[in-house]
Design a protein around this ligand. Structure first.
Ligand code: DGP
Length: 113
């Protein structure tokens, strides 16, 4: 499958990995929008949040637990940070392997752009 993030999971494309377990991988975004910008992805290929099904229930939980651990490792937990998931082209998604953005280290505003 020609998926960029599957290639990062397979270690065919290098990435700065900050956290990994059997189910998920977290690595630094190549185009950071904040001092800390990390992507949390499942190792299983799922294109978007619109493609999950009931069998992915626990895997989605793994993503949030990993995001929490990444925030702790990066020193973001106390100050707070932002978790973002863009869904589909209209939602700003550009890589079609589901991912959570962990963004922190600066003030953020609402609503997002
Ligand atoms: P989204 O627009 O929500 O689909 O976010 C995709 C993110 O992926 C975007 O912030 C840039 C990042 N990205 C794209 N290509 C690469 C890559 O080859 N390596 C890494 N580490 N990040 C990438």
């Amino acid at each position: 499958m020609d998926c960029l993030f599957c290639k990062i999971v397979a270690k065919e494309i290098p990435a700065e990995i900050v956290y990994e377990n059997d189910a998920v991988l977290a690595f630094r975004d190549i185009q950071p929008v904040a001092p800390t910008h990390i992507l949390v992805i499942p190792k299983k290929h799922i294109a978007t949040a619109n493609a999950i099904d009931a069998s992915d229930r626990s895997l989605m939980g793994e993503m949030f637990l990993a995001a929490k651990e990444v925030a702790r490792l990066e020193g973001l937990s106390e100050r707070g940070h932002r978790l973002v998931m863009n869904v589909g082209e209209g939602g700003g998604q550009s890589v079609f392997h589901i991912h959570l953005h962990v963004i922190g280290g600066r003030d953020v505003s609402w609503p997002p752009g």
